[in-house]
Write a protein that binds this ligand. Structure first.
Ligand code: FES
Length: 201
């Protein structure tokens, strides 16, 4: 190519007249066509991004709603044997014992539904029972279902001990009480949820 050869890479089509080597302004028709193409591309890209956002957002929001509102415990929920569909048998639940429990009909994947139920007395009232979160407030291990020799709740990971009467810390490293959940007996004698956790689970 000589120095007089036309430069076909000099710029956008319509701006350069290669044979003349100079920039030529677009005609009004060309400007209008260019503007229309730009708007079309902007609308197409914007619409695609919005569609992708909606496609991802709806399943996530729906899943979140199901998890938050269908499976989180509420007042009157029946406390049941973990892994079964039967209510906790309060009549045979011995004093100074503990057991993992859940909420009938609600997912055990929701951490608020993972309970440790303890019986501390035998008066025949709901006050005999305590329900706690299973999740240790130290680093999140599950506390043991059975009570230790002093009838308190023990975490196997780092040795924290919680009072079976009120969930308070007897021995660290946990620094915060095990969240407790108020319970009551319903008209069928089943142990049910009767309030909110005393702290964050
Ligand atoms: S997680 Fe329970 S003591 Fe550390």
């Amino acid at each position: 190519m000589t120095s007089n050869s036309p430069n076909h890479d000099a710029g956008p089509v319509g701006l350069i007249r290669p044979e003349q080597g100079q920039i030529s302004p677009l005609t009004p028709q060309q400007q209008k066509a260019l503007t229309t193409r730009r708007r079309f591309l902007q609308a197409t890209v914007g619409g695609s991004l919005a569609a992708i956002g909606v496609a991802f957002a709806f399943p996530v929001l729906a899943l979140k709603a199901i998890t938050q509102y269908s499976d989180v415990l509420t007042d009157g929920d029946v406390i049941g044997d973990a892994g079964s569909d039967t209510a906790l048998d309060v009549a045979t639940f011995a004093v100074n014992t503990g057991a993992y429990s859940g909420i009938l009909g609600k997912s055990t994947q929701v951490k608020q539904n993972q309970l440790e139920v303890v019986r501390i007395a035998e008066t025949g009232t709901a006050d005999d029972f305590r329900a706690y979160s299973q999740i240790c407030t130290h680093l999140g291990c599950a506390v043991l279902p059975t009570l230790n020799e002093q009838n308190n709740i023990h975490c196997p990971c780092h040795g924290s001990v919680f009072s079976s009467e009120d969930g308070s810390v007897i021995k660290g490293p946990a620094a915060r009480a095990l969240p407790s959940l108020p319970v009551a007996l319903d008209d069928q004698g089943r142990l049910v949820v009767a309030g909110e956790y005393s702290g964050e689970v």
